[in-house]
Design a protein around this ligand. Sequence first.
Ligand code: FCB
Length: 474
Amino acid sequence: MANFPPDFLWGAATASYQVEGAYQQDGKGPSIWDIYSHLPGTTYQGTNGDIAADHYNRYEEDVRLMAELGLRSYRFSIAWARIFPNGMGEVNPEGIAFYSRLIDELLKYQIIPFATLYHWDLPQALQDIGGWENRAVADAFATYAKICFEQFGDRVTYWLTFNEVINFIMLGYRDGLHPPGVKDERRVVEVTHIVNIAHAKAIAEYRQLTREGKILAGKIGMAHVLLPGFPISDQPEDIQAYENYEVMDHHWFYDPVLRGDYPQTMWNYYQSKWGAPTVLEGDLALLKQAKSDFIGVNYYQSTFLAHNPLNGVGLTTINTTGEKGSQKESGIPGLFKRVINPNIDYTDWDWAIYPEGLHEGIKRIQERYGTIPIVITENGIGAKDAIAANGEILDYPRIEYLKQHILACKRAIADSIPVFGYFAWSYIDLLSWLNGYQKQYGFVYIDREKDLERRKKQSYFWYQRVIQTNGAKL
Ligand code: FCB
């Protein structure tokens, strides 16, 4: 089988709200997550990111451990509310200074910074004026993006505009589980379009600054979640359900980013149902002109689809208990339902473990959009890690999971799909949005009983060798 290219980006990822803590430090404004997680009943046992891994104050130690692990790249996100406490207006110099220090620290060890501009922590001040339903927020995003490019673009050459548009919109506006806690499918469609506009505007700013030679010429794209669907049987109505799912949950979101337009069938469906999205003159031209240099893919699991009659099951159940089998079927009546596949393993949170889905999913991207460089921006398993009596963290299921998925990347490379990097989620144990700290993902364990002491897990030593051998020893 093909080897990984010599400059393959072996990395790991985090996100500001999940790792930084310091939620009121050094002039940071409140984000929607600061406010939402403090509302009763929104998260598992009221957990929040006030302290998280306190990475904001311990980043030097964290970067040192990254260097020892051998990371070639680190994916982090910038908290908009640190840069603009009110989302727009005055810049907070201390916010700029923090990310500048972090970037310099990474570069000191030759770790390539890979920056995400939006990993869900919208400044609350912007939510107060309508959030992503207000076009002014797309402009505010472009301004925020421009400041980040100007401040950090002399050292950062990989940029992601958004993380998982699909998830923050679906969870925030359809399922009512993430802020702003709305359940309204029409608003899902409106918000999607405005976020696409924001993405396109940020790309335009980036191209302009690079053309003018004001920043280093780097690469910019978006990280989408990839949750490929598979029909649960070869019955025609299950295959139809799978096709409905793909167009609704993938093409609707990937097409505007990678093709600059919306899939016609979904367009007609949403227009006839809700007269949405509202598109203004110039919007579609803007989307068309915003070319991505690559696409980031966050892959955790696949989903299995079956026919769902008009009076069938609706949306959406999410297992937040960590009890296997507690997630029930869910779907959209008349279109599809997601069902459990009895032939594969699931995590304790009912996420389907299916490495083939990663290979197949990125193959589908190449088939639909032509050859586009791909980077796996997240991949990992949430688990309650086993701890031995001597304190060692025996996270062998994580090693197995990552190994199988890295192998899937290797197969994709052998198929000539240009996969140029792999970022495990996550570098360090951090907050899961709704699940608190019970679900662990990191290579580095955090002892929440012992002043957040960092300890290397078995997977840390394993990944260290993977990187050292450029993926030859898995
Ligand atoms: C993804 C998010 C990330 C993390 C993982 C487990 O959807 O991008 O922040 O929570 O799930």
